[in-house]
Design a protein around this ligand. Structure first.
Ligand code: NAD
Ligand code: AKB
Length: 317
């Protein structure tokens, strides 16, 4: 890829991915866009081309792709699980609208396309421990339904039209840069903010809710490395299981307390988030990603915790 378009650059992933892509491919060659350009960080605005773009309008995407001779698109536009469940039509229209437009534009302009899937693509009937790469996917959330549909459509455009679609099923992503946008796994970011600010944290998930997670630098590397992977080595495409760690609220709490012994967490269930989390994997098998394109995350829970606490202290205190 030489010229890249990022849709949703103002979000949790986009804020960091856009900067890393500019480092690698050159600042002038990575176009940052968002529905709401005010969400773009100053660093992104100052560092290279930026535009407002509504990904549910195919013409807006096509215009930027034509103007900048784009040959790679990172489509990060979606409504995350908890927010989408409160407004299912919004979740469907935004997630599927953006994806279909990206697929059509990618087909017309021969661009490669990355669209993240999620652990939300699983549901009842899926083995929750060691969730295999190829398994039952019958999610009960609108977010999950859009993710499974997205995986299928992306594979369809590859096999039917040769569009170079690739993606990963991200677990909950943890970052100190941009707060998360309405997901079920947000607690694993919020808990660090509370710990650094010296506030009590009320966890919305139960003590024993185990979920896959990943620190943002590993997620950014995964998004870039899969797009750079040798196509001949890919048996799968949409989407690869990827994970870096899995823990319960008790385990992340204990890890933070090693550094902040006075930090207090209590529990108050959020029934919507709990119901969603209960149907997501405890841990996924990501051996296909490791074998087919060398996925190798660098951060585990202890290493991430040290970095999160250090970076958030610099940012907040
Ligand atoms: P986010 O909600 O933080 O960011 C999404 C961005 O898209 C926002 O800046 C928003 O303004 C923008 N947007 C919304 N509607 C738009 C539209 N019509 N046109 C253009 N932009 C629009 O999301 P994120 O956490 O960065 O997630 C990005 C992708 O990764 C999504 O597909 C999400 O499902 C997936 N994912 C995220 C996580 C996670 O933990 N963050 C985990 C698994 C998968
Ligand atoms: C969410 O909780 O909705 C996201 C995800 C895991 O897809 N963080």
């Amino acid at each position: 890829m030489k010229n890249i378009l990022v849709l949703g650059s103002g979000g949790q992933i986009g804020s960091e991915l856009t900067l890393k892509l500019r480092e690698i491919y050159g600042a002038a060659n990575v176009v940052a866009t968002d529905l709401n350009p005010n969400r773009l960080t100053q660093q992104i605005k100052d560092g290279g081309p930026c535009h407002a773009c509504d990904a549910t309008d195919a013409k807006q995407i096509a215009q930027i792709v034509a103007d900048y001779k784009i040959d790679g698109i990172y489509n990060l536009v979606a409504i995350l699980s908890a927010t989408a469940e409160k407004n299912p039509m919004l979740g469907w229209n935004v997630g599927m609208g953006a994806l279909l437009n990206c697929l059509e534009v990618a087909r017309e302009y021969k661009a490669a396309l990355f669209t993240p899937s999620s652990i939300g693509a699983f549901g009842p009937g899926t083995p929750l421990n060691g969730t295999p790469q190829d398994t039952i996917q019958r999610p009960r959330t609108i977010y999950g339904v859009t993710k499974v549909t997205g995986e299928l459509l992306s594979d369809y455009y590859f096999s039917r039209y040769g569009v170079d679609t690739r993606s990963v099923r991200f677990p909950g992503l943890i970052s100190y840069v941009m707060p998360p946008g309405g997901g079920t796994t947000d607690y694993a970011v919020d808990i660090y903010y509370a710990a650094v600010m010296g506030k009590k944290f009320v966890c919305p998930l139960s003590k024993e809710t185990q979920l896959d997670m990943m620190y943002m630098p590993d997620a950014i590397d995964a998004a870039i490395n899969i797009m750079e992977a040798d196509a001949d080595k890919l048996i799968h495409r949409n989407s690869f299981n990827v994970t870096a760690m899995h823990f319960t609220p008790e385990e992340i709490y204990a890890e933070i307390r090693k550094h902040k012994p006075d930090f207090i967490m209590t529990y108050e269930s959020d029934p919507l988030k709990q119901a969603i989390a209960d149907l997501w994997p405890n841990w996924m098998d990501d051996s296909c990603a490791r074998k087919e394109w060398g996925f190798a995350p660098k951060y585990d829970l202890p290493k991430m915790t040290v970095d999160m606490l250090e970076k958030l202290s610099e940012k907040l205190l």
